[in-house]
Design a protein around this ligand. Structure first.
Ligand code: ATP
Ligand code: MG
Length: 288
């Protein structure tokens, strides 16, 4: 299959792993892909759950007005009094937004539909790209990992995530147009790296909704690995009905059915990421 990447002439400073010099504090990962429905929220929720299961303290920032991460973690819409919208416009304190979940060690800053208005409301705000970064600095010593579930767009919300994050974790659905979108995302990460956040890197690409009965899944996977080499995790998340059922019960799939193939894949992904983090050098704090 011919490569679907239209232009990789800019092969990405962001793919050159830089050693983060964050020192003590949380490791902040933006889970992003401007394409909708590729598994961002599912990955954020279940990776966070798997990390929490290894006794890491984890916070999910729901930065999507759809609020799927909040719903998937069982946070009732009526219980979302103060949300990430209030954090961005600056009328709430993060301690009042962070909500514990049923998963020990995992908390969430929920979102609400108000967040869709934040981009316009912040249009003239000073340092509007760094709103989330300033907020997260206040809880940096309270969590080992902060995962930001981004909306399916590269607007101001995702820009806030990229300015706050050390790295971007990209879920990629194994389907035909996946790589075109990835090329655009990588360019955006590079631009943000140059203009706003010099330490931003691509943490890795995780293939999602892989269907081994479908040849296209294999071809896309091979093509992505060709281009992105060891930036692509060995773990592949299979298409698995239990994964899609879990959010309607307000549970991560790891709590809904920890034995299913989807849960096991997210456990493997967490362990790959922990290993990757371990090999990045001692200046990164991995555990409190
Ligand atoms: N491995 C999987 N197997 C089966 N269904 C899955 C899997 N991963 C995700 N899904 C389902 O696919 C849909 C899209 O997933 P998800 O909401 O995680 O994507 P997203 O990228 O966050 O979407 P959006 O761009 O709208 O935020 C959901 O219904 C989810 O339950
Ligand atoms: Mg989502």
């Amino acid at each position: 299959m011919a490569s679907q990447i239209p232009d990789m002439a800019e092969p990405v400073d962001a793919l050159t792993t830089t050693q983060s010099a964050t020192g003590a504090g949380s490791r902040i990962l933006a889970v992003a892909n401007q394409k909708g429905g590729v598994g961002k929220t599912t990955t954020a929720v279940n990776l966070a759950t798997a990390l929490a299961a290894t006794h890491k303290k984890v916070l999910i920032i729901d930065l999507d007005p759809q609020g799927n991460a909040s719903t998937g973690l069982g946070v009732d819409r009526v219980a979302r009094q103060e949300t990430t919208y209030n954090l961005l416009i600056g009328d709430a304190h993060i301690a009042d937004v962070i909500t514990p979940t049923m998963v020990p060690g995992l908390s969430v800053a929920p979102s609400s539909v108000d967040l869709s208005g934040a981009e316009l409301e912040l249009i003239d705000a000073p340092r509007r790209e760094y709103r989330l970064k300033s907020v997260l600095a206040e809880v940096s010593n309270d969590f080992d990992y902060i995962l930001i579930d981004c909306p399916p767009a590269l607007g101001l919300l995702t820009l806030n995530a990229f300015c706050a994050a050390h790295s971007v974790l990209v879920p990629l659905q194994c389907e035909f147009y996946a790589l075109e979108g990835l090329s655009h995302l990588v360019k955006t990460v590079n631009r943000v790296k140059r203009a706003f956040n010099s330490e931003l890197e691509i943490q890795g690409v995780v293939l999602t909704m892989y269907d081994r009965r479908n040849n296209l899944s294999d071809m896309v996977a091979a093509d992505v690995r060709n281009h992105f080499g060891d930036k692509v995790y060995e773990t592949v998340i299979p298409r698995n009905v239990r994964v899609s059922e879990a959010p309607s019960y307000g549970k991560p799939v790891l709590l809904y059915d920890w034995r299913c193939a989807g849960s096991q894949a997210y456990i493997h992904l967490a362990s790959e990421i922990l290993k990757q983090e371990g090999s990045h050098g001692s200046e990164r704090k991995l555990s409190v």
